[in-house]
Design a protein around this ligand. Structure first.
Ligand SMILES: *Cc1c(COP(=O)(O)O)cnc(C)c1O
Length: 396
């Protein structure tokens, strides 16, 4: 049986079928290749591999069959030519920075990105004389004004976490390209099951596979996805030389995770919308932030560029941090943890955890106040999730 061209299949089928290469053992589920190196049949074959004359495995820092299987499946699901797996989501962002940037370059970054992504530009890249301008995610004029002749790329996470603010990816890509810059999109929140930034004009997508791609909170990993040319020329040399490599075991977990991604995302969206609508009716709640609500100012844009609204719901509790903490401590099932993208529902107080290293001013610019709670809605029965939150509200 030949391997079909999976690009013409739907994403559910791609997740289950693409990227598998059966060994002569005819295993139905994928094998794992936990090996650091490979043997060659002759000195000449070894020389040809190393020089790049013939393709094939060399050393698992940069070539491993299990990692490649995950990369191929993810690339097809994102509608891309190529994906490159990395040790973590931050390693993926770091590879993009080290690959694309040189001293004297400039980046425009959304204010509302994952805390460590902001610190990557502000603290780490700044050491190498790369400057970054932070702009309001949904303010196209600010993006435009921040552009400089040396702007190498624009970096954005849409929808943002925790507030679920969006930017029009197509418009931002046009703006970047008109300036000779690239657009890099962090697609952790939606995954390719709900949004395909490359099809909207983005040049690179970065992932924390740690979140929904695994989906069950087991492994740390990441990926950079894009055109063969950009990845081969600019990004892959960083992996090969600097070594932020994904382990074969983790790649296998993510590869298997992709098999259920579409199904899980559909249920995350369904549960999250139900919880968001219920929260809107709770007297102890001030605002609910979820793009799936028709009250959300960017509901129409979300419908246009996403096929679902995702699993993250945030809300303000009346009475500030003291009451927000009481709600958390009043629940009994929901996990108090700062992660997202797990089957288990999680609750987080962003200002004292995930966003604790930002300054007060940075947080207020991003619209994150101390009455805010973030829910990463999981796959338990939604009535149990709401009942647990009701326990939290009852403790006020
Ligand atoms: C978690 C996360 C990252 C970083 O990923 P790690 O796997 O934890 O390194 C980057 N972006 C977003 C949006 C995330 O949620």
């Amino acid at each position: 049986m030949s391997n079909p061209d999976w690009t013409s299949y739907s994403i559910e089928t791609q997740g289950v079928r693409a990227g598998q290469h059966r060994t002569p053992e005819a295993e139905h589920s994928d094998a794992i290749f936990p090996t650091s190196s490979y043997v060659f049949s002759s000195a000449e074959e070894a020389a040809d591999r190393f020089s790049g004359k013939t393709p094939g495995n060399i050393y698992s820092r940069f070539t491993n069959p299990t990692v490649r299987a995950f990369e191929q499946r993810l690339a097809i699901m994102e509608g891309a030519e190529r994906a490159m797996a990395t040790a973590s989501g931050m390693a993926a962002i770091n590879c993009v920075c080290m690959g694309l940037l040189r001293s004297g370059d400039h980046v425009v970054c959304s204010q509302s990105v994952f805390g460590n992504s902001a610190l990557m530009f502000k603290n780490i890249m700044a050491k190498f004389d790369v400057t970054t301008t932070f702009v309001k995610l949904d303010d196209m004029a600010q993006w435009q004004q921040a552009l400089q002749p040396n702007t190498r790329f624009l970096f954005v996470e849409t929808p943002s976490n925790p507030l679920g603010t969006l930017v029009d990816i197509r418009k931002l890509a046009d703006l970047a390209h008109a300036n000779g810059s690239l657009l890099v999109v962090d697609n952790v929140y939606c995954t390719p099951a709900l949004q395909k930034p490359l099809s909207l004009g983005a040049d690179l997508v970065v992932h924390s596979a740690t979140k929904y791609l695994d989906g069950q909170g087991r492994c740390i990993g990441g990926a950079v996805v894009g055109s063969d040319e950009l990845i081969e020329k600019e990004i892959y040399p960083i992996l090969r030389t600097c070594g932020p490599t994904m382990s074969p075991f983790n790649a296998w977990v993510f590869h298997k995770g992709l098999e259920t991604l579409s199904l899980r995302m559909e249920k995350h969206c369904q549960n999250a919308l139900d919880v968001a609508q219920w929260l809107e009716q709770q007297p102890a709640v001030d605002n609910v932030y979820y793009t799936g609500l028709s009250s959300h100012p960017q509901h129409e844009l979300a419908k246009q560029q996403q096929t679902g609204f995702g699993g993250i719901v945030s809300f303000d509790v009346k009475g500030g941090q003291a009451n927000a903490w009481k709600v958390i401590d009043g629940t009994q099932m929901i996990s108090i943890t700062a992660n997202l993208g797990d089957v288990k529902t999680m609750i987080t107080h962003p200002t004292t955890t995930t966003h604790g290293r930002l300054t007060e001013e940075e947080r207020s610019k991003a619209g994150i106040g101390d009455s805010l709670l973030r829910l990463a809605v999981g796959l338990e029965n939604v009535e149990d999730i709401k009942a647990d939150l009701a326990r939290g509200f009852a403790s006020l």
